[in-house]
Structures are given as structure tokens and as C-alpha cells.
Design a protein around this ligand. Structure first.
Ligand SMILES: [Zn+2]
Ligand SMILES: [Zn+2]
Ligand SMILES: [Zn+2]
Length: 319
């Protein structure tokens, strides 16, 4: 049986050491099984720790345990002012570009093997006092399965164990269920969109809603004026159940559509009153809502949808 490789070993006080700056005269242990490890330094191979194959330890548990300790260590060193905050490398929710985000200051500590209210044990919990802010799971060979993920009612990320060992200061989530992040470019498009929308809404005599009704820009197919149109959570196109939240923007009306051959809740032009059909708004690539599915109604989904609508508006030349 081959020896187990131990990337980082712990001393008697539980502190992690890399083989590069280990002291040959001291004793070191495996972070997973506590077995004594040997420091191997050769001319050919780079220095590393190892211990004999064992029934209670595997290469996977070593990586898993080491990564957990490193997460905890990088948080505590940051909190003690000995290093900068670990940086999350996340993806913009809209365009997918990388956004670097330091862990927020409200994180006070990282606790390993944290028992959740539902009885599951999280690899690491990020806490503010006793309040659970987020969970960090370490993947070695198995991803967090979806059942477990769905039962984790708190924000969580999953990190690759091996990557953490290589660089514990930068966290690159394999799975990211933190609050969605938006890159600088998408944010600036969104601000531009907001300015334009406010202008058009004013000319339309329409008040902009702050929830439920997502707004977009389009040109009325008939009078060619710039108008505000709305999308709201509903099942499918040409829906004849009334939008739930009142007051309804005045240009959303229950009207008979000749194209559809039925009455439905529809956007109309505030200038010429013509119907702006759902098919164009949602299904045509240059329709303002082509980019969203607006199935759920939460503060986060409302904002995400608006940013998506803004970036799409720019792509189709409306900004
Ligand atoms: Zn071990
Ligand atoms: Zn972006
Ligand atoms: Zn019109």
C-alpha cells in the first residue's frame, strides 16, 4: 500500500504547517486522522508530509479536512488583522464575467462541522455572533447533492478542496447560492436604463412600480413612440387572470385581441391605445422581455429581471 500524502500537517496545538517551512525537529500530525506524519525532503521530489496507509484515513478525507481547516484559518487570520479578507471569485448573474468580492465584514467567524436546524452538518458555517450567515461546503469527489442543497435554507457556496489547498485566499465557488452579484459593466448599463426609463415613463404619464411589475422599453408598433411596457409573474402568455398587485399601471388593460381571438391582460400604448401583444414582448428576440422568465416574485428576482431587461435593451439598441 502506498503512503498517504498530507499536503499540510498540524502541530500539537492544531496549527497548520506546510512542508516548505516545517521544522524537522518537531512532530507533525495528519489533520484528518491525527497519525504522526513524516516530512519527506528529497533532492528530486518537493518536500511533503506523508503517513502510512491506514484503515481510518484516506486521501479524500485528508483533502477535505485540510480544506476546512484552511477556510477557518483564512477567516480567523483576517479577523485578527493578520491578512486581508478571503476573496470570492463569483460570476455576474447577467453576463457571467468574474466579479471579485471580499467576504463581507459582518462575517465574524468560521465554525467547522456546524449543526443546522434541520440536523444536517455543514462543513463550515460563517457566523455573525450566533447568527448563521452562510454555509461553505467543500467538494472533494462528490458534489453537494441537490437534495442536501435544497434543504440548506441559508446561502451557501461549494468550494473545491484541492483548489483551496493551493490558494486558500481566493475562493472560486463551484456552486454559488449567495445573493446574486452584478458586474460593473452590467450595473452601469442598468443605471443608464433607469435614467431612460424614468424619462419615457414621464412622457407616458406612467408611475414606475417598485415591485411585481417589471418594466421595459419598446416602440409602439403602430404610432412608433417610445413606451413603457410591463411584465409580471404569470403562467404563460395571453393570461386572463388579472395581475395581482394594485394599483395596476394604467396601460395594463383587459382587452380583446383579434390576433389571439380572446380577451386577456395586456400592455397597451399610452398614446394610441393599441395592444402590444405578449408574443412580441416575450418571444421575439427584439422584444423587451425576451430575456426573462419572471416566474417568481421576490425582491431579488424583481431586481435581477430588471437588470436582465436593461442589458437586453442595450443589446437590441434601445439604450
Ligand atoms: Zn490521516
Ligand atoms: Zn455582467
Ligand atoms: Zn402607439
Amino acid at each position: 500500500m502506498t503512503d498517504l500524502r498530507v499536503p499540510l500537517a498540524v502541530d500539537r496545538e492544531g496549527r497548520l504547517h506546510s512542508p516548505a517551512n516545517a521544522d524537522k525537529s518537531r512532530e507533525y500530525f495528519c489533520p484528518a486522522c491525527q497519525a504522526s506524519v513524516i516530512l519527506k525532503q528529497g533532492q528530486v521530489r518537493i518536500a511533503h508530509f506523508a503517513h502510512k496507509a491506514s484503515e481510518i484515513c484516506t486521501q479524500e478525507t485528508i483533502v477535505h479536512q485540510t480544506a476546512k481547516l484552511l477556510v477557518q484559518k483564512s477567516v480567523s487570520e483576517w479577523k485578527e488583522g493578520r491578512s486581508t479578507a478571503p476573496v470570492l471569485q463569483r460570476k455576474c448573474q447577467i453576463c457571467g464575467s468574474i466579479v471579485s468580492q471580499p467576504l463581507p465584514n459582518k462575517v465574524e467567524k468560521a465554525v467547522m462541522e456546524y449543526r443546522l436546524a434541520n440536523g444536517l452538518i455543514a462543513d463550515i458555517a460563517l457566523l455573525a455572533g450566533e447568527e448563521l450567515l452562510a454555509i461553505v461546503e467543500i467538494k472533494v469527489t462528490h458534489a453537494v447533492d441537490n437534495i442536501k442543497a435544497d434543504r440548506l435554507a441559508v446561502p451557501f457556496i461549494e468550494l473545491d478542496g484541492q483548489e483551496l489547498i493551493e490558494n486558500p485566499a481566493v475562493w472560486k465557488p463551484l456552486t454559488d447560492r449567495f445573493k446574486p452579484v452584478t458586474c460593473k459593466d452590467c450595473k452601469s448599463i442598468y443605471l443608464k436604463f433607469q435614467r431612460k426609463v424614468r424619462e419615457v415613463a414621464k412622457s407616458n404619464g406612467i408611475d414606475l412600480p417598485t415591485n411585481y411589475y417589471r418594466y421595459g422599453l419598446c416602440r409602439c408598433w403602430k404610432c412608433k413612440r417610445e413606451i413603457i411596457v410591463f411584465a409580471w409573474p404569470k403562467d404563460g402568455l395571453h393570461n386572463n387572470s388579472a395581475p395581482k398587485i394594485l394599483p395596476r399601471p394604467k396601460n395594463i388593460q383587459y382587452r380583446f385581441s383579434k390576433t389571439v381571438g380572446a380577451k386577456y391582460w395586456v400592455n397597451t400604448c399610452p398614446f394610441c391605445q393599441s395592444i402590444q401583444g405578449d408574443f412580441f414582448l416575450y418571444c421575439e428576440p427584439d422584444g423587451p422581455f425576451f430575456c426573462i422568465s419572471n416566474e417568481e416574485d421576490t425582491t431579488t428576482s424583481f431586481e435581477s429581471d430588471l437588470i436582465r431587461i436593461a442589458v437586453h435593451a442595450k443589446q437590441i439598441g434601445l439604450l
